[in-house]
Design a protein around this ligand. Structure first.
Ligand SMILES: NC(=O)c1ccc[n+]([C@@H]2O[C@H](COP(=O)([O-])OP(=O)(O)OC[C@H]3O[C@@H](n4cnc5c(N)ncnc54)[C@H](OP(=O)(O)O)[C@@H]3O)[C@@H](O)[C@H]2O)c1
Length: 318
């Protein structure tokens, strides 16, 4: 059993969260998963003897629930994030106020470690509300908990991801895929297991206190190359149609009215900046943790194959 004490994870029921909870449990940690809907996190329970996982109910905008969730925790990890506003959830409430509230509560409860999940491109001055809110959230986290570790990944891939699955689904359904802005935006897709292992290592390494990590995969791919990879893996041949940012933004103005929009105007603004590791002085990376990142080509075929046309589930012999 790990001697790091209780680790409270907010957002542990999400795509990344499930992997983080598993990586922490493997170290023998006692993990308290704080979620809005406890039922969504019961699948994370491990067999006895492999860590200990407790599920508690907490919305990160509920001060009392957050305080209860961090009580007695030595480490607090905040993975809560949204891709677009919906219902009562918006970027200011979740990425800014929620992040600040969790960091303050962790400090007041006496936690010694705080890890905050931000994103590459986080910048209070960004034109994108998503990226600006991630930047504002980082500022509040640092104010409340100066030794916090901030983690900024590029787009994360793995079974159940939002990005690769979404475009694979579109490639399977539509004869056209839009190359927003011509498809030149650069990404550095990073494997969810590498990100989860990085967080588990950071949680066990006091030397990382106060650091900011940028997490990217082994290769830089532009948006067109990402879509080409998805099409290759799924045996789909849609027309990759270049769509200028202005046109994409106009279309997104209508699409974003849907309950689960495939594109919002804010995402079009986000796509106007590359999403890759900057390597700026003072920032840390997966290499600093001794993690060799996994390539998308190795993992993506293992979970995108169900999007292939019926009868094309195996590779033909060369
Ligand atoms: N996936 C990526 O490519 C990527 C890239 C860069 C950065 N990130 C960041 O990494 C983090 C995790 O991303 P993800 O892909 O795992 O997202 P996700 O699957 O959507 O998970 C988000 C988590 O936040 C929880 N949550 C949402 N609103 C909440 C609230 N008001 N109170 C408490 N919990 C709330 C969700 O739980 P319920 O909704 O079930 O309550 C869920 O557990 C986010 O901060 C995201 O911005 C992700």
């Amino acid at each position: 059993m790990s001697n790091v004490g209780i680790i409270t994870v907010f957002g542990g029921s999400g795509f990344l969260g499930a992997h983080v909870v598993r990586a922490l449990a493997k170290t023998g940690a006692r993990v308290r998963v704080a979620v809005r809907h406890p039922g969504s996190a019961y699948r994370l329970q491990t067999a006895s003897g492999v860590g200990q996982i407790q599920v508690v109910k907490a919305d990160i905008s509920d001060e009392a629930a957050v305080a209860a969730a961090v009580r007695g925790a030595a480490t607090v990890i905040n993975l809560v994030g949204i891709l677009h506003p919906s219902g009562g959830q918006n970027f200011q409430r979740i990425h800014v106020e929620g992040a600040g509230l969790v960091a303050r509560a962790a400090k007041e409860a006496g936690a010694s470690r705080f890890i905050h999940m931000s994103a590459l491109g986080a910048d209070a001055e960004s034109q994108s509300t998503y990226a600006a809110s991630k930047g504002d959230g980082e500022v509040l986290v640092r104010e409340a908990f100066p030794e916090a570790v901030i983690v900024r990944p590029s787009v994360i891939f793995g079974p159940g991801d939002g990005f690769f699955n979404r475009f694979a689904q579109m490639a399977a359904l539509s004869p056209i895929l839009p190359l927003v802005g011509g498809g030149h935006t650069k990404f550095q897709p990073v494997y969810v297991v590498d990100v989860a292992n990085a967080l588990a290592q950071i949680s066990q390494s006091p030397a990382t206190a106060g650091a900011t990590f940028e997490l990217g995969g082994p290769e830089v791919l532009d948006f067109k190359q990402v879509l080409e990879l998805i099409c290759k893996v799924t045996h789909r041949r849609p027309w990759l149609m270049p769509l200028p940012f202005a046109v994409a933004s106009f279309q997104a103005a209508f699409l974003q009215m849907l309950p689960n929009p495939i594109l919002t105007m804010d995402q079009v603004r986000l796509l106007q900046a590359d999403n890759i590791v900057t390597g700026k002085a003072g920032l840390k990376s997966l290499a600093d943790l001794g993690i060799a990142p996994t390539a998308a080509e190795v993992i993506v075929p293992t979970y995108l194959w169900p999007y292939r046309p019926r009868g094309q589930f195996s590779e033909s012999a060369a």
